[in-house]
Design a protein around this ligand. Structure first.
Ligand SMILES: [Mn+2]
Length: 202
């Protein structure tokens, strides 16, 4: 199966007061061109679509145009999107039911109660199914209802709990879409300035 993996588009980002609009548009157009040339089965957009939780109209338009161009590629490519720490879940999920009909699958919140599970999208190729599990950016507070005493003791146990309650068939091909602070061994993650602001803001 052929997959494009993107993340951290940060649409609408300004650098030292300068808009990156033209550069970002050029990059998104390049991705559409690659899509036309290589026809992946799926394009995964793994968080931080927008740079701000309240994106500008211009940023919405840029991402909307990008999705429209991707969905115009035939045969159709499945687009799977999760929210990152810079995205507002509610704002990103706007029109998600409509997008679903165009093969654009979006997940903005992890399971927030015992009845909810990760969104799963199954694609198939000549070797059978490939299961995609969509895990949006997760704060421990989002998933506290999954814990008996409502107290997850940090990111690691929150993510572990969400994953362990899924029924995943290890004999099949499974892919997790995720946007978290992952670190190797016991090292702390390296964060940039805006992420430190996000962590401090909780
Ligand atoms: Mn980011």
């Amino acid at each position: 199966m052929k997959i494009f993996h993107l993340s951290d588009l940060h649409i609408g980002k300004q650098l030292n007061g300068y808009s990156l609009k033209e550069n970002q548009e050029a990059v998104l157009n390049q991705i559409v061109d690659y899509g036309l040339a290589h026809h992946p089965d799926a394009i995964l957009i793994c968080g931080d679509i927008y740079d701000k939780t309240a994106p500008s109209g211009e940023a919405y338009t840029m991402f909307g145009n990008f999705l429209e161009a991707l969905s115009g590629i035939k045969p159709q490519i499945s687009v799977l999107i999760i929210a990152g720490n810079h995205d507002s879940p509610e704002r990103l999920s706007y029109a998600s039911a409509f997008l679903e009909r165009h093969n654009i699958h979006l997940s903005v919140f992890p399971p927030r109660n015992r009845e909810e599970y990760l969104k799963k999208v199954v694609l198939r190729d000549e070797n059978g199914p490939v299961n995609f599990y969509l895990l949006p950016f997760l704060k421990p507070g989002y998933v506290r209802q999954l814990f008996p005493d409502n107290q997850p003791d940090g990111y690691e146990s929150a993510v572990r709990t969400v994953l362990e309650r899924e029924t995943i068939d290890a004999r099949e091909r499974n892919i997790l879409l995720s946007h978290q602070f992952y670190a190797a061994g016991n090292k702390d993650p390296e964060t940039c300035e805006s992420e430190q602001a996000v962590i401090m803001a909780g």
